[in-house]
Write a protein that binds this ligand. Structure first.
Ligand code: NOJ
Length: 538
């Protein structure tokens, strides 16, 4: 896409990016698994959402042990998802609609089917091939015990022993061996992978496990680590572990920044860095490093005004000093869907819409996960249907419930996700019958649907954001209310956003003309109802 010469801020700074979990978005070839041609076929829909960019989860060659986050060839498309030509067609179609495209980069680990790992096994201890991964001798007599007590985030030990007696580290599945980022081959290879996709025209990268690439030297035991009972969320939030947030990661992102900056058009990268404090998060977005880092603090926060005010304040306090702007996210393919997180049913949906409106009013960028526009709740997946390695390795119920193939149309599975065939296609995770109430087709006909709401909110956001200050100030409208205002610039009106997290109606008559409402104002008084939010222009 040609860079816009009149732009003074990079495109991604206040963009709304839609996450496509490729396996579950749309299936063009009828195998029950989403694919790149499925994305291409739905580009008009994506354009109609009024988002600015798409992030595609990994579609590279992969045995799919972790649904694509186990990459065997970083420069090719898995046949399940299509071909490089399909990718190019999708990218061209997106760019023709002014949609930027971000692809996923998985640098912490490869697949065990990656040629490097295959060579590491074949070449044996001490070989150059083995040094690209974290192989160690075991402890105890004959090295029968793992080199340390680390546990995999998916459950069980983080080490697997190979035939010659050495062990290799895998923070995730045994089929996802961790790379050794101290080996120069690794850095060179990833620079080349970046260039491969940049040359094809991608606008940026979402960097998987961006805080994990380096491990503390000596690989020390984790104090108090237990072998059982940890969930993925527990482990991800143990910030002080010797495999998270080591200083070496920042040199990698400085190098990548230089690569990105050598291409035209504000190419960017966003890090998935689950780090403990807003200050450590901010280190990833210093001017010569990442463009953005997901701010995950909101998605684990309850629908409470004091808690949300704290998240907002802490986020700006952290990113402000390094000159970055925040990146908001309520949901993704790893967490319980927002509607369910907020209590489920009508209550959960009202709160999810209100939270969405608040997130979209704040300065900065926002990420929306596929299905959020439909208000999809988490699906309870029967144990025998679950496919997430977290579940398969005993690390908890797993993430399948937020990854169900999208319902597009019709009254029965596969709800337009797969092509119509005499015998209905079975989707890779089964869709519940009640998805009939959530289809894109049905919601497109209903002006009061969640889909209509989000389309409308994003259209208004696109109109007003260019005229709004990047600053905002909080307003005091009561203990249970989150309220803030962004003033207009160059004579444009400002916008005030109010979220009612309490149980009483909140007067809002003095705030200006209602611009977007997550729920109608009270008919008699015009007050903002509990569990709803609104933008006012003045
Ligand atoms: C984070 C990804 O979002 C998740 O889906 C994956 O399992 C892990 N990283 C490991 O790559």
């Amino acid at each position: 896409m040609a860079p816009d010469p009149t732009r003074t801020t990079p495109w991604w700074r206040d963009a709304v990016c839609y996450e496509i979990y490729v396996r579950s978005f749309a299936d063009a070839d009828g195998d029950g698994v989403g694919d790149l041609r499925g994305v291409t076929a739905r580009l008009d829909y994506l354009e109609s959402l009024n988002v600015d960019a798409l992030w595609l989860t990994p579609f590279y060659t992969s045995p799919q042990a972790d649904h694509g986050y186990d990459v065997a060839d970083y420069r090719d498309v898995d046949p399940r998802f299509g071909t490089l030509a399909d990718f190019d067609e999708m990218l061209a179609g997106a760019h023709a609609r002014n949609l930027r495209v971000i692809v996923d980069l998985v640098p912490n680990h490869t697949s065990s089917a990656h040629p490097w790992f295959v060579a590491a096994l074949a070449d044996g201890p001490g070989s150059a091939a083995r040094k690209r991964y974290l192989f160690r001798d075991g402890r105890g007599p004959d090295g029968v015990q793992p080199p340390n007590n680390w546990q995999s985030l998916f459950g069980g030990p983080a080490w697997t022993r190979v035939a010659d007696g050495q062990w290799y580290l895998h923070l995730f599945d045994p089929e996802q061996p961790d790379l050794n980022w101290d080996d120069p081959d690794v850095g060179d290879e990833f620079e080349s992978v970046l260039r491969f996709w940049l040359d094809r025209g991608v606008d940026g990268f979402r960097v998987d496990v961006a805080h994990g690439l380096f491990k503390e030297s000596g690989l020390p035991d984790v104090e108090g680590m237990t072998a059982a009972g940890e969930t993925l969320d527990d482990t991800m939030s143990q910030w002080d572990r010797p495999y998270w947030d080591q200083p070496g990661v920042h040199d990698v992102y400085r190098r990548w920044r230089q690569v990105l900056d050598s291409y035209p058009g504000d190419r960017m990268m966003i890090g998935e860095a689950w780090v403990g404090t807003p200050e450590s998060m901010a280190r990833y977005v210093r001017p010569d490093e990442m463009s953005q880092v997901f701010n995950f603090h909101w998605l684990s926060t309850p629908f409470s005004a004091p808690a949300l005010r704290d998240v907002i304040a802490a986020t700006y306090a952290a990113v402000g000093p390094v000159g970055a702007s925040p990146t908001w996210v309520l949901s993704n393919h790893d967490v319980v869907r927002t509607v369910t997180h907020y209590g489920g049913g009508d209550l959960g949906l009202s709160r999810a819409k209100a939270s969405m409106l608040a997130m979209l009013a704040l300065p900065g960028a926002a990420y929306v996960y596929q299905g959020e526009e439909l208000g999809l709740p988490q699906v309870e997946v029967a144990p025998e249907d679950r496919q997430d390695p977290t579940w398969l390795r005993g690390g908890g119920v797993g993430r399948d419930g937020c990854r169900i193939p999208l319902p597009w149309s019709g009254d029965a599975p596969p709800f337009g996700f797969s092509p119509e065939t005499a015998e209905p296609v079975r989707t890779w995770l089964p869709q519940p019958a009640w998805f009939a109430d959530y289809t894109v087709e049905r919601q497109s006909r209903d002006p009061y649907s969640t889909l209509a709401f989000l389309r409308f909110a994003l259209a208004r956001r696109r109109e007003v954001v260019p005229g709004l200050s990047h600053e905002f100030h909080m307003l005091d409208r009561g203990a249970d209310v989150v309220a803030f205002r962004r003033d207009g610039v160059d004579g444009a009106p400002g916008v005030t956003c109010v979220v009612n997290c309490g149980t009483e109606d909140v007067p809002v008559g003095d705030l200006g003309t209602p611009l977007v409402l997550s729920a109608a104002l009270a008919e008699s008084t015009g007050h903002l109802l509990p569990n709803s939010a609104a933008w006012f222009q003045s």
